[in-house]
Design a protein around this ligand. Structure first.
Ligand SMILES: NC(=O)c1ccc[n+]([C@@H]2O[C@H](COP(=O)([O-])OP(=O)(O)OC[C@H]3O[C@@H](n4cnc5c(N)ncnc54)[C@H](O)[C@@H]3O)[C@@H](O)[C@H]2O)c1
Length: 465
């Protein structure tokens, strides 16, 4: 590990206002191109064996890989017996072979699953604190790994994932399902066909009222129950800035070809006051230890965090995070070019026009529907999962691995998007000071080719609607 980097990040150095003001770079000195994972493809996995750990959100992986021809859930892992039983029941109901079961031997049993020779890909959908340890261990065991969002929380963790992915030549992808949403892929298609002209600005967000989820006691069936061991509330209590930046940001990065011709340069970030979580906690008036803890908990997370990133080509991206107030759900999904704008919630498109027009939006939506949605959108909607995007993400991941293709999102995307957790917090803690964003590609962003069409051959895969 680069001790200079660690000192800079963890020691007293970074606290120095002068260093922050100067936007001192946290970049590594690794030579560009060393073990480059952009464009990397492994051998085709015709029979793709997947081990899923964390069987709450991990059920998106269980259902996806159970339904996709050539995919198979060969192992599952969760410390909770009811959740293991639910996953086993689902796989049996689809008449697929029973997977090996892990998790019954305690909190580190996921290690045995990572070591299992019958697992090619580890699908990591655990609480946040386990994202990095499991991803690192899986790669060191020779497994490709995909991890839920955010896959890492500090710049240092991001570098460690980059280094390990390069060293082991294992994919390390973030499961950013929002990149596969219908309007996000429509925008991707329109941007890359040049319909919006030159792109200068984007806006994304995670605005989702999660007060009840954060404060509720965990409930296996989920329903309106909360997160296991209050993992999300515990994290939000001690961190400001934007700790969930990737849902709104990921699709905009795809539109702007970030790390493929442009890259993040710096950001500024500002936190609002905190009131929503404190009000929610105060509602727990009982004498139980849980109630006392919830009502007295001091929360650092702001009701609203607003960050602005500038890219080296001069584009700007505004990203917001608000999970603590009453407000309709939104990821904003705005992308602005010289010829027009697309924005969401609800979807509106204006090309060379001063007004949004419902009829025109509907026409453009049909005309520029992304080929992935044309091919597999109906199946995806039937399978479900955030309107179908969960299934399309797994479908495309499976297609790439089964056909020996590079993945759509690589470890550099993961690192660039996730390092915002630490950098937005540091900026917000220091009156919105400018923070340099590391170039995890070490210069390779200048030559890495844009992604191109993100597509599958559904018929070749044997998918039936
Ligand atoms: N991409 C999306 O749209 C989306 C949606 C929801 C959640 N998520 C992400 O998914 C992840 C999980 O969220 P969730 O809502 O399922 O949370 P959850 O609390 O409902 O589930 C977490 C699961 O992990 C299990 N677990 C905890 N410690 C474990 C260990 N040591 N070994 C094995 N299993 C363990 C728990 O028993 C539980 O079943 C988070 O990272 C979250 O951010 C993403």
């Amino acid at each position: 590990m680069d001790t200079k980097r660690r000192d800079f990040l963890k020691g007293t150095l970074w606290m120095g206002a002068a260093a922050l003001a100067a936007g001192e770079s946290a970049a590594r000195n690794l030579p560009a191109g060393e073990g480059m994972m952009a464009g990397y493809a492994d051998k085709p996995f015709k029979d793709l064996r997947v081990g899923v750990v964390g069987l709450g959100r991990g059920m998106a992986g269980v259902s996806g890989f159970t339904l996709i021809p050539g995919g198979r859930v060969s192992a599952i892992c969760d410390i909770n017996a009811a959740r293991r039983a639910r996953a086993l029941g689902y796989i049996a109901s689809k008449k697929r072979p029973a997977p090996k079961v892990y998790g019954d031997k305690g909190a580190e049993d996921w290690k045995r699953m990572c070591e299992d020779p019958e697992v090619d890909l580890v699908y990591n959908a655990t609480p946040w604190e386990l994202h990095v340890p499991i991803a690192l261990y899986a790669m060191k065991c020779g497994k490709h790994v995909v991890t839920e969002v955010p896959s890492a929380f500090t710049v240092d963790e991001c570098w460690e994932l980059v280094e390990t992915s390069e060293k082991t030549k294992r994919h390390c992808m973030q499961l950013e399902n929002c990149c596969y949403g219908e309007s996000e892929m429509l925008a991707y298609n329109m941007v890359h066909q040049g319909v919006l002209g030159e792109i200068s600005h984007g806006e994304g967000a995670y605005i989702h009222d999660l007060r009840s989820y954060n404060y509720a006691a965990w409930n296996e069936a989920k329903g309106n129950g909360g997160y296991w061991n209050y993992w999300r509330l515990r994290h939000n209590a001690v961190h400001g800035g934007n700790q969930y930046p990737t849902h709104g940001l990921g699709p905009i990065c795809m539109d702007m070809d970030i790390n493929r011709g442009d890259r993040f340069d710096f950001l500024v970030s500002v936190d609002s006051l905190q009131a929503g979580f404190h009000e929610t906690g105060a509602r727990f008036k009982g004498a139980s230890a849980a109630d006392q803890w919830r009502r007295s908990l001091k929360v650092k997370m702001a009701d609203m965090n607003t960050s602005i990133i500038r890219t080296v080509k001069g584009r700007t991206i505004m990203v917001q995070h608000n999970v603590g107030t009453s407000r309709p759900y939104s990821r904003i999904n705005l992308i602005q070019g010289t010829h027009g704008v697309i924005t969401d919630y609800p979807l509106r498109i204006a090309i060379e026009s001063h007004n949004f027009d419902e009829k025109k939006t509907a026409e453009l939506r049909e005309k520029y529907k992304h080929p992935l949605w044309k091919q597999a959108g109906e199946i995806a909607k039937k399978v479900g999962g955030h309107g179908g995007m969960d299934f399309l993400m797994v479908l495309r991941l499976s297609y790439c691995l089964q056909n020996g293709l590079p993945l759509d999102m690589n470890v550099y995307d993961l690192a660039s998007w996730c390092c915002l957790c630490e950098l937005t917090e540091k900026s917000a803690d220091n009156r919105g000071r400018s923070m340099d964003i590391p170039d995890f590609t070490r210069g390779a962003w200048k030559t890495i080719k844009p992604l191109g069409l993100v597509d599958v051959d559904a018929a070749k895969m044997g998918l039936k609607a």
